[in-house]
Design a protein around this ligand. Structure first.
Ligand code: TYM
Length: 335
């Protein structure tokens, strides 16, 4: 408790809308785990967000638990981090509604993710998909965090959260702390291996361009061997003209800690035939302990249950304080 008072706070979440990928790990979870000592951390499985796209209920349930096991396996110690399932903390949906009333139609219409997802799900452009960023703002503002670590694709949503928070504070005084998005320098945008101009996404059906945290080493090696590169032979970082090779370099840098210059030197005079399997091997070694530990944890349902129950209780305690304040400010009668 003493720690919670003196430490700064950090919060983030991932939708269990697909199995976690190397992109989710390098762009998000890895950065979270590195900061557990410094910050009081809240991380959740964003199941409320997942249903903006139609989900198979059994898969959603499995993935939510698997995601928790993977968070822990990636180094998020439940003793040091508050890990919880979003739908277990009802304050998210409640503040989400209030903030919808402070989010403008024009702002929500301009969100890139809304435009992309509407194009991909033309038969299901539902209200939740549209107001998603208001719920995400609620996820953040309930906990008054200092920092929100996300990959590049979520930055726009965190910026809209600022706008909503400022608008609310402008009317009611300093209710919300304005958080900072934190986008790490390496790994903020891992691209598909087969289509390196598109993000590696967990919700895509095609299984060729992505690497899953739980993939077997042989699968990972196969994926990297058939990664798209270009007609040159040199390993050189040039995002615009060599998106495939640059993406592989980003992955290799993130897994080994090497700089782009060191990587260029390491593979100078060597072709992609050597480079691609080397990246694959670095990924296999990075993911191996995570996969093994997550598989072990998935067999211990009682432990996972104790973690998410405990997490929800701690999260609700913090969230409720903010929600009470908001309800009072907007003029709701106290219970
Ligand atoms: P989601 O589930 O799409 O992605 C979770 C996190 O992983 C990052 N990420 C990537 N980073 C690098 N390369 C990639 N290929 C890649 N794919 C995903 C994302 O940027 C994100 O940080 N709306 C959020 C979940 C959310 C949330 C929140 C996040 C709900 N409420 C509150 C922060 C705070 C989402 O859909 O992320």
């Amino acid at each position: 408790m003493e720690d919670a008072i003196t430490k700064k706070r950090m919060l983030s979440g991932i939708k269990p809308s697909g199995d976690l990928t190397l992109g989710s790990y390098l762009g998000a979870i890895r950065n979270w785990a590195q900061r557990a000592e410094e910050y009081d951390c809240f991380y959740f499985m964003a199941d409320l967000h997942a249903i903006t796209v139609r989900q198979n209920p059994a898969d959603l349930r499995r993935r939510t638990l698997e995601q928790l096991a993977q968070y822990i396996a990636c180094g998020l110690d439940p003793q040091k981090n508050t890990l919880f399932i979003q739908s277990h903390v009802h304050q998210h949906a409640e503040l989400g509604w209030v903030l919808e009333c402070y989010s403008m139609f024009g702002e929500l219409s301009r969100m890139t993710q809304f435009k992309d997802k509407s194009a991909k799900n033309a038969e299901n452009i539902n209200g939740g998909l549209f107001t998603y960023p208001s719920l995400m703002a609620a996820d953040i503002l309930l906990y008054q965090p200092d920092l929100v670590p996300v990959g590049e694709d979520q930055k726009q949503h965190v910026e809209l959260c600022h706008t909503i928070a400022r608008r609310f504070n402008g009317v009611y005084g300093d209710v919300f702390k304005i958080p900072e998005p934190f986008v790490s320098k390496v790994g903020a945008r891992i691209m598909s291996l087969t289509n390196p101009t598109a993000k590696m996404s967990k919700s895509e059906n095609e299984d060729t361009g992505r690497v899953l945290l739980m993939d077997a080493p042989e699968t990972i090696m196969r994926q990297f061997k058939r990664a798209v590169t270009d007609s040159e032979t040199s390993v050189r970082f040039d995002k615009e003209n060599k998106p495939g090779v640059s993406n592989l370099m980003t992955i290799y840098a993130a897994c080994t800690g090497k700089t782009y210059q060191q990587i260029e030197e390491e593979f100078s005079g060597k072709g992609y035939g050597e480079f691609k399997p080397a990246v694959g091997e670095a990924v296999v070694e990075t993911l191996r302990p995570i996969r093994e530990e997550a598989a072990r944890l998935m067999k211990d349902k009682a432990y996972l249950e104790s973690v998410y129950r405990d997490g929800a209780q701690k999260a609700a305690y913090v969230a409720e304080k903010t929600l009470r304040k908001v309800y009072k400010k907007v003029g709701f009668v106290a219970k």
